[in-house]
Design a protein around this ligand. Sequence first.
Ligand code: SF4
Length: 178
Amino acid sequence: MNLRYRSILHKSEVNGPGSRTVLFTQGCRLRCPGCQNESLWPTEGGLLESPETVLEKLLVPCDGWTISGGEPLDQLTPITLILERLREEDRGIILFTGYTIDVIGMSLLMSHAACLCDAVVTGPFLKDEVCHRGLRGSSNQIIKCITDRYSARELDEYPHGIEIHADPAVITGFPGGD
Ligand code: SF4
């Protein structure tokens, strides 16, 4: 099954520690009010490519990968195939999902995908709980470290910042940094 995604960003430093390659999936069922990525809600548009083709673009020199969206876990089959291959590398993987820990825990497939990562940022964006610290957009979101590659404190205190990239044209990160 192919993956629908919006873009792959290189050398990002606001989506987790180090210089990261970031995959933004296209499509999100959750539709949190106040979401800053509404253009990533539709399940049409973007690029539709095989996991192998996407992996060719992801397997470049970088400190690690951030998988974001959109909602990556809405495309479980291709995203799991991609995560399984990335897991073979000795580099960090951070996944952002709007699904809660409880929802993920009730799904074997979602749990498997989450466990292929080093850390997972979980939960919907709540506009009344906007947060200005750590890898989360709102304070309800829970950062779960799966391995010891990253410490919970490191991700909890990761400074907010915004990046503007030209190719592809993307504004990314977390507003409200110093
Ligand atoms: S899960 Fe993420 S992409 Fe989807 S609506 Fe919520 S904040 Fe936006």
